[in-house]
Write a protein that binds this ligand. Sequence first.
Ligand code: PEP
Ligand code: MG
Length: 586
Amino acid sequence: MRKGIPVSPGVSTGTAYCIHQIFVNPDTKRLEDSEVTAELAAYETARDQTAVDLNALRSKVESQVGGPEAAIFAVHLSILRDAAFTEKVRTWIVKDRLTAQAALHRLLNEYSALFSRTQDPYLRERLNDVQDVVIRLSAHLSDVPKQNTSLPGSLIVVAGELLPSQVVALGGADVHGIVTEAGSQTSHAAIIARSRGIPAVSGVSGILRQVKTGDAIIVDGRYGHVIINPDPEQLAAYRKIERDFINLKDQLAANRDQPARTEDGQPLQLLANINNAADAEAAVNMGATGVGLFRTEYLYLTHPDVPDEDEQLKAYCEIIDASPRKQVTIRSLDIGGDKTVPYLGHTHQEANPFLGWRSIRLSFEHPEFFNTQLRAVFRAAKYAAENGGKVKLMFPMITTLEELHRVRAIVRRVCQRLEEEKKPFLKPPIGMMVEVPAAAISIGDMLHAVDFVSIGSNDLVQYLMAADRDNPKVSHLCQPLAPPVLRILSQVIRACKRARKPVTLCGEMAGQPRAFTLLLGMGLRNFSMSPALIPTIKELATHVSMEMAEKVTRQALTLRTTANVKRFMSEQLEAMAPGLAILETQ
Ligand code: PEP
Ligand code: MG
């Protein structure tokens, strides 16, 4: 048994499907003579597809962002067309019988060795470009499981790290569990697993060397356990828990049409966090009353090139139509940190990406790009209003009041322009996300500049605790139930209530039973979470009275360690709602 970080609750038993990325565990298979031609053809197809991607990216980025930003794709195309590059790969496939993936891996090693001897930063940068091209090629040769994969039983994906776009690509396959070497509770891959209700464990170092495709494997997303080739007794025991988990989920999903209320009748808003239209449909099925966070960056991450204004408008309208009550809080582009798009200047590594050029900071420096998104959102807001829905817009990573003023000025200019062009639009309510400690501390001075607030606790926790949300080594610190986190959350909620500004929390903790109960006790009434968690939280709410929640929260706020808060809250929940523990990650 291996132990990792539990990131998405539930239990799943099945068959391992290993996704070896080129840098983790290269192909060692040697081709048969009869396979060489097909492998060369596969490589040529991947080259053609990569060239199509790069050309499309170049022209779209040129028109949408600018010539200098698009130049990088010309460099990548020239690498792709480089005769020496292609010749090496072909030769290794033919002479050494390497698979195309393995040949690419060897090529990258060769270049790395060559470049590592140079002190020239320009040349070192070129290695990154070669890497980018290899990653693109490799993705086209990729081994993401297809819907008709022939493995028996439910698939449990085992990977080094899953990029958000890969998890989206997994959507078509019947994936029942996810195990990764990297990542933690709030990495975006984990968030997607939760939104799909797929049990997942992250931070299991070296797992790809211990498991091979086809092995029987168990994922316990409650405790972060992964069991490889279990014995029959273990398998039978876990199959029973898996059945209970599925039954409980089905049973809870039956509460979708009931309003969310506490035991003593306090109405609550349970909203959904979504990344795409499929999630919006899941939100409806799970009984959400609206979308509290639409992460628009997935539109960019999964788009073959750059979505222009009309494409964005179309995508937003589709999301609005698919969402519960057509109510959607759209978040402006939140790129950077672990989510990068090359055409916005992220080809160069930053030393501290989460403290660097991400989110609203990046939007400010790409005014054309930012304006395009705002125009599409304002036009979509009009569409929503005409169809009985409502759009709100919020901005991530707000750190200072000056940034809010700047946002307001940009919003004004965009509205003016749309008016001049006589385009139908509506200016939506404008909100700020509180996810930087500076903003949380000075919230009282910022509230006058916004219509609503949404607390992004995933980032707020990582910044408060100075512990990377994606780094398993510091996940013991990146804890939403840490006493300083609870203290600051309670202050922000109180400040918003005092100023009569609606406040929601849209970080992952909103869907965690212990944290939910505490937030309820702090006075929060609007919670936005992965759709799959809504039925559990709705059920839990019916077991908790406001009086209980407030009492428990008062007590929890006096505790001085995270472990004590966790223990105390687990005991309280066990007493209030026994039987829901399977749906909590510990
Ligand atoms: C957050 O930080 O809590 C949040 C909701 O945003 P994201 O997880 O997309 O950074
Ligand atoms: Mg965030």
